[in-house]
Design a protein. Structure first.
Length: 314
């Protein structure tokens, strides 16, 4: 496996460090949201983040719980279709569903699924467990209203990248413990599964592109707020008492990512408990690569792996 970063990936990293400083305070984090969204919407941002598939219809609706659902539905397909609930990343403090449009819309197109990407309340204004509460409410709403989306409530999956992977893993555990909604799969893209323990990949990639060790801890403090130090599995899904009887998991990691060992450790925990887990590591990958197809070519390989897994499980 080659681990050499593509030239465009390295160039992106250099430019990113020049134009975006690491937020160290709550105020700086809030300011970063607007700056990041302006970048995403710009012509350059469209090249970096990729554009949505033209083979899907995209609509938005706000549900009773307050979350906005950004919904991708394949054109020309009659329902009911499988449904994938996809949680965006951003350290629980920044980000929008639209940042995942390239991946989410293509998953919808290539798997023939309805992909629902919700908003959830962000820290520091809304600390833990607000994001978990919103994610759980969204899953239950989607299960109850799948027909309204053209979906099949018996063919549900969750997906998420980075802290969205954290939320997806937590929601899968909650659904198991609550006796439903029944999930057929979970796709965890470079997930954060532990709040405090420092794994070797964090030391190896402490100053990596996109996400640094310092940023990881800033995000954790902002997300947990006054609850920092809590050992709940709803914050750190690796700490769940049991990882048995969970839906099959596909876990994607990137070699140049401080969170790399989070994914492999979680895969080990699932397998040890008898749950199915596939682990895919991408050598030329950096944190966030699945949402950066314009600068990280291996994003397309990851998309193909996600599509193949969902075809099998849904």
């Amino acid at each position: 496996m080659t681990t050499r970063l593509a030239t465009r990936t390295r160039a992106f990293g250099v430019i990113l460090k020049l134009i975006v400083s690491e937020p160290a305070t709550a105020e700086a984090m809030v300011e970063l949201r607007a700056k990041r969204e302006r970048l995403r919407r710009s012509a350059v941002g469209q090249l970096v983040f990729g554009r949505p598939s033209r083979a899907v219809d995209t609509t938005d609706l706000v549900i009773e719980t307050g979350s906005r659902l950004h919904v991708h539905r394949p054109k020309g397909l009659d329902g009911p279709l499988p449904v994938v609930v996809n949680f965006h990343g951003g350290g629980w403090a920044i980000g929008t569903p639209e940042q995942s449009d390239w991946l989410a819309s293509r998953v919808a197109e290539l798997t023939g699924s309805v992909v629902v990407s919700p908003t959830y309340r962000l820290a520091p204004e809304h600390p833990y467990p607000a994001a978990v509460d919103d994610a759980w409410a969204v899953l239950r709403w989607v299960a109850d209203h799948a027909a309204e989306l053209g979906g099949d409530p018996t063919r549900l999956a969750v997906m998420g990248d980075s802290v969205g992977g954290n939320l997806a893993a937590v929601i899968a555990l909650m659904a198991r413990d609550a006796g439903g909604p029944a999930l057929r799969a979970q796709v965890l893209v470079y997930p954060a599964v532990e709040m405090y323990e420092r794994y070797p990949s964090e030391d190896a990639n402490a100053h990596a592109l996109v996400l640094t060790s310092k940023q990881m801890h800033t995000f954790a403090h902002l997300y947990l707020g006054e609850s920092y130090g809590v050992e709940d599995w709803q914050a750190s899904p690796i700490r769940a008492t049991s990882h048995a009887d969970l839906p099959p998991a596909l876990i994607l990691t990137a070699f140049h990512d401080p969170l790399r060992d989070h994914g492999s450790t979680y895969a080990d925990a699932l397998r040890a408990a008898g749950s199915e887990a596939e682990l895919r590591d991408y050598g030329p990958g950096i944190h966030g690569f699945a949402s950066l197809p314009g600068v990280v070519p291996v994003a397309r390989e990851a998309l193909a792996d996600v599509v193949a897994f969902l075809h099998r499980t849904l």
